[in-house]
Design a protein around this ligand. Structure first.
Ligand SMILES: *[C@@H]1O[C@H](CO)[C@@H](O)[C@H](O)[C@H]1NC(C)=O
Ligand SMILES: *[C@@H]1O[C@H](CO)[C@@H](O)[C@H](O)[C@H]1NC(C)=O
Length: 234
C-alpha cells in the first residue's frame, strides 16, 4: 500500500508532464513575444469580465432560488369571487327608448392564502351584460383583505342601454321562459401583501355566466345557474 501511493502520484505527474508540453509547444509558436505584451491587459479585462458574469449569474441564481422559496413557502393562490345575490331595483324603459337599470349584487370575495393578504385597488369594475349589451356597471370597494378571509361586498350597479327591438324581443322571450342569461364581468386590480409589505400588482378577471329566473324590480331574483372562469394578468 505504502509503496503503491508514491508510484500513483509519480504516474499522475508523469502523465501531466507528458500532456502539457505538447500543448505549450503548439501554443507558443502562435503567440509571439509581441503578443505577450498585449495579452496581459487583455487577461486582466477578461478576468474582470468573467468575475462580473459570475456575479450576475450568481445574482440571477439567488433570485430564482428566492422566488422558488417564496412560492413553495407561501403557496400563492388566486382569490375567488362569487355572485351570492342579485336584486333588481329598477329596470325601466325611458322616453328616449333606453333601458335604465339599477341592480344590487352581493359579491363574495375569498382569499384562500394563509400568508398573503390582498389590497383591493380603486379601479375595479363590475359589469352586467345581457346579450352583448352592457346593462349596468359599478365598482368594488377598495379595502384590505386579511389572510384566509371571505368578505361579502354589496355593490350598486347602474347604467343605461340602448333598448333596440332585438334586445326587447330576446328579453321578452327569456321572461316567458323564466330563464334570463346574464354575464357579470369583474376586473379586480390587487396588490399582493406579504406581512405589511405590498409586493406586486396583479389584475384578476372573472367572467360569471349566470342564469336568473326574472328581472322584475321588487321581486326576488333567483340565480338558477352560475359558471365562473378566471384570468390573471401579472
Ligand atoms: C374578513 O375581512 C374583513 C375586512 O378586513 C373583516 O371585516 C371580516 O371580519 C373578516 N372576516 C372573517 C371571517 O375573518
Ligand atoms: C324558450 O322556450 C321555448 C319553448 O320551451 C324554446 O323553444 C325557446 O328556444 C326558448 N328560448 C330560449 C331563449 O331559451
Amino acid at each position: 500500500m505504502e509503496s503503491g501511493h508514491p508510484r500513483n502520484y509519480s504516474k499522475f505527474s508523469d502523465n501531466q508532464g507528458s500532456l502539457w508540453p505538447p500543448l505549450h509547444s503548439v501554443n507558443i509558436p502562435q503567440n509571439d513575444s509581441t503578443d505577450d505584451e498585449k495579452s496581459d491587459p487583455r487577461n486582466f479585462c477578461y478576468r474582470h469580465l468573467c468575475l462580473l458574469y459570475c456575479f450576475i449569474f450568481l445574482l440571477v441564481f439567488l433570485l430564482v432560488l428566492l422566488t422558488f422559496y417564496l412560492h413553495t413557502m407561501y403557496k400563492p393562490q388566486i382569490p375567488t369571487y362569487g355572485i351570492d345575490d342579485l336584486s333588481v331595483k329598477t329596470l325601466n324603459v325611458m322616453k328616449d327608448l333606453s333601458l335604465s337599470a339599477e341592480f344590487d349584487i352581493v359579491v363574495r370575495a375569498t382569499n384562500p392564502n394563509e400568508h398573503i393578504g390582498l389590497a383591493y385597488g380603486k379601479d375595479s369594475s363590475v359589469i352586467v351584460m345581457y346579450s352583448d349589451s352592457e346593462l349596468c356597471s359599478g365598482k368594488l370597494p377598495a379595502f384590505r383583505q386579511p389572510v384566509v378571509n371571505a368578505t361579502l361586498m354589496n355593490v350598486v350597479l347602474k347604467g343605461h342601454t340602448k333598448y333596440g327591438s332585438g334586445l326587447q324581443e330576446a328579453l321578452a322571450e327569456n321572461r316567458r321562459n323564466k330563464s334570463i342569461p346574464l354575464l357579470v364581468r369583474l376586473e379586480v386590480p390587487l396588490s399582493v401583501v406579504l406581512g405589511s409589505l405590498p409586493l406586486r400588482k396583479i389584475v384578476v378577471f372573472v367572467r360569471c355566466s349566470l342564469e336568473v329566473d326574472n328581472l322584475q324590480p321588487g321581486k326576488k331574483t333567483k340565480i338558477l345557474y352560475s359558471d365562473y372562469s378566471y384570468d390573471v394578468r401579472i
